[in-house]
Design a protein around this ligand. Structure first.
Ligand code: SF4
Ligand code: F3S
Length: 104
């Protein structure tokens, strides 16, 4: 499965939602996650993310985010349409240390 990593936090652009053929994104307060059992590994979302936050779970950068995606996909609501990103999304794109800002 593909995994949303810390790059998504406070960016939450949601371009990924628009392209996923199986609607397997789930939305938290400041990031999205992918349901690992629903993702069909098509890879379409990866290049669409302006924050480069999406990686395959085989990527070293996935790390602990794979487990976090699985955990929160079971808790957060499904999202099937792109909404409005945070107004300051661009200011957070590429910033370090966003993992600490994860909002469960
Ligand atoms: Fe959806 Fe494909 Fe991305 Fe998986 S890899 S989350 S199925 S767009
Ligand atoms: Fe997040 Fe990128 Fe989607 S910032 S909401 S993973 S387009």
């Amino acid at each position: 499965a593909y995994v949303v990593t810390d790059g998504c936090i406070r960016c939450k652009y949601m371009d990924c939602v628009s392209v996923c053929p199986v609607d397997c994104f789930y939305a938290g307060e400041n990031m999205l996650v992918i349901h690992p059992d629903e993702c069909i590994d098509c890879g379409v979302c990866e290049p669409e993310c302006p924050a480069a936050a999406i990686v395959p779970d085989t990527d070293p950068g996935a790390g602990a985010w794979a487990a976090l995606n699985a955990e929160y996909a079971a808790k957060w609501p499904n999202i099937t349409e792109k909404g409005a990103p945070p107004e300051d999304a661009d200011a957070w794109n590429g910033r370090d240390g966003k993992a600490a800002l994860f909002s469960p």
